[in-house]
Design a protein around this ligand. Sequence first.
Ligand code: HEC
Length: 142
Amino acid sequence: MTLVRFLPLAVAALCIASLGFATQSLAGEAPKYTVKDGKVDKGTYNGYRRFHGTCHACHGQDAMGSSFAPALIESLKSVDYETFVKTVMEGRQVTDATGAVKAMPAFGQDPNVTKHLDDIYRYLMARADGVLVPGRPKKIPN
Ligand code: HEC
């Protein structure tokens, strides 16, 4: 009886705990990648996949940029983790010299992005640091 009564509470507590964990990782210290002999950790590999699922349409294959959006392998040399997260979650809009509007969409409501943002960051940092060549990387075996 008591167990049954407290079960929903326990579930709710668990949900809140995991929510706290998820947001913490997005706002805390910058996530790190591992590249060894040209192979990458699971997270960085996932980041490669997620980047090419959502971001590459504008930011180019292998994050090398397009006429529409900047090369993130260059941007990430100076954009810090916090600014990166803020930009992707909230989006940004600029009007260039010709008066054309270029917009970075807000992805804060897109779980395909928010859940994997740390991994996308890992992948982009490995590219920006020049330790990861273009193309699909291989995973470090477990
Ligand atoms: C519809 C096109 C489009 C998509 C899709 C897109 N972006 Fe952008 N992004 C832009 C544009 C345009 C800018 C430049 C905005 C500006 O100059 O303020 C930009 C800027 C950025 C910046 C800031 C770069 C800098 O130099 O300050 C980051 C970081 C970024 N995008 C990350 C991402 C990530 C990560 C994804 C995938 C989840 C993504 N973008 C998807 C169009 C896009």
